[in-house]
Design a protein around this ligand. Structure first.
Ligand code: RP5
Length: 165
């Protein structure tokens, strides 16, 4: 199976980004996590992107805050799918990072999830790998069935409470 790269701009992103690693691990998807910055370590970032495909990666997650260029900088150096995670690491509540990540000019796409959306970024990576992996697709279906069952249980509990009120 292809690996997923989880790249973050700073160790201050780690508490949120760790949820992506946990999600991938839960699906048995191999992942590597690294700190790299489009601004502070541009050479390492460019090298990582250029070598990612031959190093066995299938998807790259890129988490960054403020003037968040990490996802775009990685996407510029590879045709692997790159998923940007805008981080809520500034006084602007992550809107700065969201717009910096999502507003890529035509030609170099970055799939962008919600502010601090590390779990959905990981799930999207699993879904991309599941295009060619039936057992991963089965795990995704099972997780969605569990999610639906949990909602139905809560609905039943609510209706039960209301009818006894
Ligand atoms: C971004 O700037 C990082 O991704 C982080 O979200 C934000 C702040 O970084 P630190 O100043 O905490 O290292 O590059």
């Amino acid at each position: 199976m292809k690996k997923v790269a989880i790249i973050m701009g700073s160790d201050s992103d780690l508490p949120v980004v760790r949820k992506a690693l946990d999600t991938l691990t839960g699906y048995g998807v191999p992942a590597e996590m690294h700190i790299m910055s489009a601004h502070r370590t541009p050479a390492e970032t460019a090298r990582f992107a250029a070598e990612a495909r031959r190093n066995g990666f299938g998807v790259i997650l890129a988490a960054a805050g403020k003037a968040a260029h990490l996802a775009g900088a990685l996407a510029a150096g590879t045709t692997l799918p790159v998923i940007g995670i805008p981080m809520k690491s500034s006084d602007l509540g992550g809107m700065d990072a969201l717009l910096s990540t999502v507003q890529m000019p035509s030609g170099i796409p970055v799939a962008t999830v919600a502010i601090d959306g590390a779990v959905n970024a990981a799930l999207l990576a699993v879904q991309i790998l599941a295009v060619e992996d039936a057992s991963l697709a089965e795990k995704l279906d099972a997780a969605r069935a569990d999610m639906a069952a949990a909602v139905r249980k809560k609905e039943a509990a609510l209706q039960n409470e209301l009818s006894n009120a």
